[in-house]
Design a protein around this ligand. Structure first.
Ligand SMILES: Nc1ncnc2c1ncn2[C@@H]1O[C@H](COP(=O)(O)OP(=O)(O)OP(=O)(O)O)[C@@H](O)[C@H]1O
Ligand SMILES: [Mg+2]
Length: 262
């Protein structure tokens, strides 16, 4: 008899916009699924970029929002993608109201954990990867409260350390309250231009401070990566030999080693 899996839940978060959160969620999920890990992506950003990048449309009524409001059981909003082992809870515009709507609820910090609990307990997935919106609001905080770990994608640019301080402070606050077990699942550099001297200096500074929490694999800036979302296909599947895809596959190996699911 197959033993039940232990699901590993990781949020991909950074309050800064456009740093590669969604691209990293989508391609990490794709690379893990290709390695026969069962993956559930949870799109918590009302922009729904992860939903679109995985080839689904925004559908009214199909998102975690409906589970948070109590309208639907979580099983009803899990959608298959075109690829084996790769599933998603899509986003929809109504999630944009969540910050205001749930802000005063007493259980606001535990609401996402409660919504996902049946999925975790079912053991159906090796990994649940949560794509967070670019803010330190209620939705991101509640997502971090529901996770084993948080993965931070960052760009190697001026003031990168300041941005990291903001999110690591938030992590510390969540550890002090809602989720003492929350781990830092690592920091991954995205959109790296290997020619730029400043990038190299920033990467050294961050590695000096966070040590082996920083992934060896850095994701290079690569045009194929930016073209893939419009085709509704992760670059890992669209153009597996491109530099971006190769980097995300190497990153996924490292991620699995640092974050074992079973
Ligand atoms: N390695 C890369 N090479 C080239 N372009 C990239 C790369 N990674 C991401 N991009 C592009 O950069 C933009 C921002 O990436 P992405 O949407 O993943 O960031 P994000 O942090 O999720 O943004 P938001 O904060 O708005 O949710 C997108 O247009 C994406 O296609
Ligand atoms: Mg995003």
């Amino acid at each position: 008899m197959e033993t039940a899996r232990k699901t590993r839940t990781v949020a991909i978060a950074n309050q800064k916009g456009g740093v590669g959160k969604t691209t990293s969620v989508v391609n990490l999920a794709a690379a893990l699924s290709a390695r026969r890990r069962t993956v559930l992506v949870v799109d918590l950003d009302p922009q729904a970029h992860a939903t679109l990048a995985l080839g689904l449309e925004k559908t009214p009524g199909v998102s975690l929002y409906r589970v948070l409001t109590g309208e639907k059981p979580v099983e009803d909003v899990i959608q298959a993608t075109r690829w084996d082992n790769l599933n998603i809870i899509p986003s929809e515009v109504d999630l944009a109201g969540a910050e205001l709507e749930f802000g005063a609820k007493e259980d606001r910090l535990s609401m996402i954990a409660a919504a996902l609990r049946p999925v975790k307990e079912s053991g159906a997935f090796d990994y649940i990867l949560i794509d967070c919106p670019p803010s330190l609001g209620i939705v991101m905080t509640a997502a971090l409260a529901a996770c084993d770990g948080v993965l931070i994608p960052i760009q190697a640019e001026f003031l990168a350390m300041d941005g990291l301080a903001l999110i690591t402070n938030s992590i510390d606050r969540i550890r002090a309250g809602a989720n003492p077990a929350l781990e830092l699942s690592g920091i991954v550099f995205t959109m790296v231009n290997s020619q730029a001297r400043l990038s190299q200096e920033v990467m050294e500074e961050v590695r000096g401070h966070f040590g082996d929490k920083v992934y060896e694999t850095a994701i290079p800036r690569n045009v194929r990566v930016s073209e893939a979302p419009s085709m509704g296909t992760p670059v890992v599947f669209l153009d597996p030999r491109s530099k971006g895809a190769e980097a995300y596959k190497a990153f996924a190996w490292e991620f699995m080693a640092k974050n074992p699911s079973r």
